[in-house]
Ligand binder design. Structure first.
Ligand code: SF4
Length: 420
């Protein structure tokens, strides 16, 4: 029996919303009322909007999470969260975010829009973002692992409703469900072997047949923490699709945006040249390739080396950290023990070391030639002195230069050969 065929826990059937108590609403208004009164007025003067929807709600739910994904998204710059929340990205609807960390209202005032979304009375489309893994709340006969809000059971007792149950309620009518971070996309650390929560990914929790109201499978943005830009960019692409002005986001077979996760870390790594020449770091802090001290970059799909962590800066290998595979479905169990050379290094690393022992000296010879002006090598040419520079040419240099020039010009046409 697959998970989607598992009957949902009857504990959460027949619950009703508690009486409305605007507790904690110190602002005297909901976040939505604030946005409508301040931002809508500004947007009314612009012509940024394209498409049928002026606003879209985003319900951000947290399961077995450390909140690192929320922090990562706050650092996004392309586009920035502020741009999405003020509707200042051309073509995109304004995003009304419902997030426990930034909301001005609390209690039932916070829960009300979620209930409207489930009832179909929200009046505007919505997207669900899920951070953290889904603990298997169906297995519990009492208590919960991760919950948000309360409801009243038929006996009048208040029951905390798990985040994963809210996800199951909201998902069918959602324009899209986006799983952010490795816990939500693949289960992550809470789902590691021997965990007691039977945690799993959003896609495992909703089942393989799940499709959103727009026909999308769960969109997965992995990473621990994920790159904030990967998330905001995917949200922007999804909203353009919602507006009917862009194509559906191109996802790979695991629901990852193809354009973000189609390449390996290694291909964009600033240390890849060291790997190719077979020189490897022996300890953290060395400048060379980190594969022999535990970098899995050659097989891990992630764009951290090219995109950076925040504002195109930082990112694991760029700042000296070895890739431990945090974006991959096999993380963490299939990458442990961390900081130990992956088995494949035996072949690829040693192969690079052998090839590099030939290539590096040849490149040094070529580099030495390219560090000389042609003027300096003419008869009577003089090499100006530089601090510590050695510009003298040896007989070996002259012989290798002749041979190199012969290869360089071989097959060339026109004036190139004469120019020398
Ligand atoms: Fe590849 Fe890692 Fe070495 Fe970078 S540090 S070149 S990702 S193996």
């Amino acid at each position: 029996m697959t998970l989607s065929e598992t009957p949902a826990n009857p504990r959460y059937d027949g619950l009703v919303a508690p009486p409305y108590e605007p507790t904690g609403n110190v602002a005297g208004a909901t976040a939505e009322q604030w946005v409508r009164s301040h931002v809508d007025e500004l947007r009314g003067k612009s012509s940024l909007l394209r498409g049928p929807f002026e606003r879209v709600h985003v319900f951000w739910l947290a399961g077995m999470s450390c909140d690192g994904c929320s922090i990562a998204v706050l650092g996004a710059t392309a586009p920035a969260v502020e741009s999405l929340l003020t509707g200042s990205v051309p073509g995109l609807p304004l995003v009304l975010l419902h997030h426990t960390a930034v909301q001005v209202e609390a209690g039932e005032a916070y829960m009300e829009p979620m209930r409207q979304a489930i009832d179909g009375t929200l009046g505007e489309p919505y997207v669900v973002v899920y951070e953290g893994s889904c603990a298997n709340e169906d297995k519990l006969s009492r208590g919960y692992w991760s919950a948000i809000g309360e409801e009243v059971d038929p006996a009048g007792a208040k029951v905390q409703v798990p985040s994963a149950v809210w996800l199951r309620r909201l998902a069918p009518k959602a324009a899209a469900v986006i799983a952010i971070g490795t816990c939500a996309t693949w289960g992550g650390i809470p789902a590691a072997i021997n965990n007691v929560t039977d945690s799993m990914s959003v896609a495992d929790w909703l089942g393989p047949e799940y499709r959103s109201a727009l026909g999308l499978p769960v969109v997965n943005i992995p990473g621990c923490s994920p790159i904030g830009d990967n998330f905001t960019e995917t949200v922007a692409v999804t909203l353009l699709f919602l507006q009917g002005v862009g194509p559906a986001p191109e996802l790979d077979e695991l629901g990852r945006p193809q354009w973000l996760f189609g390449e390996t870390v290694h291909r964009g790594c600033t240390r890849a040249g060291y790997y190719e020449e077979g020189t490897f770091a022996e300890k953290f802090g060395d400048k060379e390739c980190l594969v022999e001290i535990g970098c899995w970059g050659p097989v891990v799909q992630c764009n951290i080396t090219s995109r950076g962590a925040i504002n195109h800066m930082g990112g694991c290998m760029n700042v000296g950290g070895a890739c431990i595979g945090c974006t991959m479905p096999g993380f963490p169990d299939r990458f442990t023990p961390f900081y130990k050379a992956p088995p494949g290094t035996l072949i690829s690393g040693n192969g690079a070391r052998i090839l590099g022992s030939f290539v590096r000296p040849l490149r040094l010879i070529t580099q030495r030639k390219l560090n000389r002006e042609t003027r300096w090598d003419r008869p009577g040419g003089v090499t100006p002195g530089g601090w510590g520079a050695d510009h003298s040419t040896t007989t070996f240099d002259k012989v290798t230069d002749k041979f190199y020039d012969f290869l360089r010009h071989r097959g060339a046409h026109g004036t190139t050969k004469k120019a020398g």
